[in-house]
Design a protein around this ligand. Structure first.
Ligand SMILES: [Zn+2]
Length: 392
């Protein structure tokens, strides 16, 4: 089998790697840079602390009209602004939303038309120009947005993406010191998201030796550090492990793809505004349980790594293992806990079956009946103790 790996042009990782930003800016001789970030990071002083010194080098504009799970309208406004102002570089600084929007600003502002023209499902145009350089710096870990060529947007009742080689970062900088103040719940949610990326990439039908190497290392790092990163946010060692784990998981899923967990998670985000990582967390145990029979060897490898950090007795009980992991980091474990009514399971299923691109990578086919059943198990938070078997 032929494998093709795609990466950002250059990545700087590790403690203190933010310093490389200033080297890059000088090397490119930039004059006018746009920082895309969210207002919270401006308010807590993170933007000033880490990016403030840029003002000594060049003209800096900060754009902070960034929504979580950004809408198409939010992206169109930013692209319009970027076009008007004529920047020579875009710097995304923040969570996945800020980074995804920065990619769109850098590329679509230099092409004809609107963001909607380039959407995967409904767009009709093809990107013709590379756009201006983009530097992507995550401040929450997990999304992997800094290494992928995808920007995800929320639309009425669903999500769509813009995806193209041109959206890849010229430079990604992943520095754990930026994540030290991330609150517990976000650390938990983004950490489980990163773990889901690694596990889904490892089990994807598009996995290969190279993506497996990235995914396994990511599972080891995240599995070993996530609990401590949530409980002791200022612990540099755990944050550094999470930072590398999330980065490697991003590369693994960018090249091998994610599958069923993400397909079923998207409707929870679009219909009920659940944060992306939490949507994955609540579904992860059931999707894993369902697909195990199609990939027992690989699932055992995952179980052996993760069970070291959870509970020995769960090593071969994947539903309980993943359930415990989510519980251990303090996230809700049922759809009921999120206030989602049982009557919504049908419409969630309707939306999930549309995610064909993601579902097609699952090692075991997820049809409508199975998807409904997964939502139903997640609704109650069933574990094997109470009978979590599938009837299909
Ligand atoms: Zn994800």
């Amino acid at each position: 089998m032929i494998s093709t790996l795609r990466f950002p042009i250059r990545s700087h990782t590790g403690l203190g790697s933010i310093e490389k930003l200033f080297v890059e800016v000088r090397n490119w001789n930039l004059k006018k840079i746009l920082i895309v970030t969210d207002q919270t990071l401006v308010n807590i002083g993170l933007v000033d602390k880490f990016l403030g010194p840029l003002k000594e080098e060049l003209a800096v504009s900060v754009y902070s009209d960034v929504e979580p799970e950004p809408s198409l309208g939010c992206a169109e406004r930013l692209v319009g602004y970027t076009r008007q102002e004529g920047f020579d570089c875009v710097l995304g600084f923040g969570g996945g939303s800020a980074l995804d929007l920065a990619k769109l600003a850098a590329v679509i502002s230099q092409n004809e038309g609107d963001v909607s023209d380039y959407l995967n499902l409904t767009g009709t145009r093809k990107l013709e120009r590379h756009g201006i350089p983009k530097i992507l710096i995550p401040t929450t870990l997990g999304t992997g947005s800094e290494v992928t060529d995808i920007a995800v947007l929320s639309l009425e009742g669903t999500k769509d993406v813009v995806t193209h080689d041109y959206l890849l970062a010229n430079v990604a900088i992943v520095d754990p010191q930026l994540t030290l103040t991330v609150p517990k719940r976000i650390t938990a949610a983004t950490g489980i998201d990163a773990l889901t990326h690694a596990v889904e990439a490892f089990l994807s039908i598009n996995a290969n030796e190279a993506t497996d190497a990235l995914a396994i290392k990511a599972i080891e790092l995240i599995g070993g550090a996530i609990k401590n990163a949530v409980e002791n946010g200022a612990d540099l060692e755990s944050r550094t492990a999470m930072s590398y784990g999330s980065y490697l998981a991003g590369l693994a899923f960018f090249n091998a793809g994610v599958a069923g967990v993400h397909a079923l998670a998207y409707p929870l985000g679009s219909q009920f505004k659940l944060p992306h990582g939490e949507s994955n967390a609540v579904l992860l145990p059931y999707v894993m349980k369902y697909i195990t029979s199609s990939c027992p060897k690989k699932m055992n490898m995952v179980g052996n790594i993760l069970s070291k950090h959870v509970d020995e007795r769960t090593a071969e009980d994947f539903l309980k293992l993943f359930f415990r992991l989510v519980e251990d980091v303090g996230l809700p474990t049922t759809l009921k806990d999120y206030g989602i009514p049982e009557s919504a399971l049908d419409s969630l299923t309707d939306d999930a079956v549309k995610q064909k691109r993601l579902l097609s990578r699952s090692p075991k086919k997820l049809d409508r009946e199975v998807i409904y059943q997964i939502y139903q198990l997640a609704f109650e938070g069933v574990t094997n103790d109470k009978g979590g078997d599938f009837d299909v």
